[in-house]
Design a protein. Structure first.
Length: 54
């Protein structure tokens, strides 16, 4: 398992925010110029992502 989860999807970001999952940092990918949010992998993140994917 990776230590971090990189979210490039704004809808997923909004869902995680509503679930109270806090990101570590947000930045832009230098190659694609797309914004991403970096999260620590933990059980709260995993649960929120499972709920989003239902």
């Amino acid at each position: 398992m990776n230590e971090f989860f990189y979210c490039y999807n704004f809808n997923v970001f909004q869902h995680l925010k509503k679930q109270g999952v806090k990101y570590i940092v947000t930045a832009k990918n230098l190659n694609s110029d797309k914004q991403f949010w970096m999260y620590a992998q933990d059980s709260k993140l995993a649960q929120a992502l499972n709920e989003y994917n239902k």
